[in-house]
Design a protein around this ligand. Sequence first.
Ligand SMILES: [Zn+2]
Length: 353
Amino acid sequence: MDAVFKKIKQDQELWELFTKKEEYDPILLDKYGRFPYYLSTQRNVFEPEVSDFLIKNGMNPEYPEGRKFAVCLTHDIDFVCTGMLNTATRTVKALKKGQFVEASILPFSRINKRWNPLWNFRQTMELEEIYGAKSTFYFLTLDPGNQDFTFSIEELEEELGHILDDGWEVGLHGGHEAYNNPTEIKRKKQKLEKVLKKEVIGYRNHYLRFKTPKTWELLAEAGFSYDSTFGYYDCAGFRNGMCHPFSPYDLNTGKEIDILEIPLSIMDTTLFSHMHLDFKQAWKLTEKLILTTERHRGVLTILWHNTNMQGDYLEFYKKILQYCAQKGAWMTSGAQICNWWKKKYGNYGQAEM
Ligand SMILES: [Zn+2]
């Protein structure tokens, strides 16, 4: 068994927290099949107790250019404005074909409104670039008739190409049932890969729906390198006491699972909708989690929806970027973190002890 597992196992309480034993046989799940923080016996979610123990016992994670810690920036794309998309795509296609007449009658003014919250990928990338950051966009890849279907991924082919060309990541945002359905996960991975013409290695499930440890097993089997779903939707913090990427352990099989978990700590809607924080309180908590991650030389994963790239929510996101840039954090995509971690610490992604 891996040295890290052995180390944690010395302390029964920490081992149960790390493996999330309480989630194996829950007395209750919510209507989306999620295990919420309010059902957990863990009451110290803002402290990464397992990571703390590992650091004190010799774990010594390193990041590129000697940076002290990392921030994994992510965006789940549930909605895009297909009306605008169609106009933009049709115009570009018309121009390419030399159909200037047709192109000129299309409403160009609409295309340039890139602050539209449903069509702001390039704007988001430009903003992140100012702070030397990159990020991941997890796209829903639904079929008509699937719950929450609003756009076909094929329509976004050109835009997805720009995202990849600029060095940002496109990952799969699995639909409602994917977390519990191996066929669905594999089919949607292939569907997205067909559009991207590139392998998809990163995953997050819609609504943070997740079953411990089954979803990890399904994702590993489908060929994903990493997942970033594992966080509570109803409370920010460290769901299994880890503020570092880790390979999960399956208590049923007694084996580690061949996938890297980059745990999610802060989701925009968690702060504002589920925890009911105002901007001041939300910043206080965000700052605390950033400082805690920095102190443990960890990785803090943040999820900001494309629909929240406006108004005060956009300002809040900018504040995170600015603050973490000042601290010299490595701000990047899930894929970059995954590749770095696996290359540095082996296939199972555990730091050496
Ligand atoms: Zn979603």
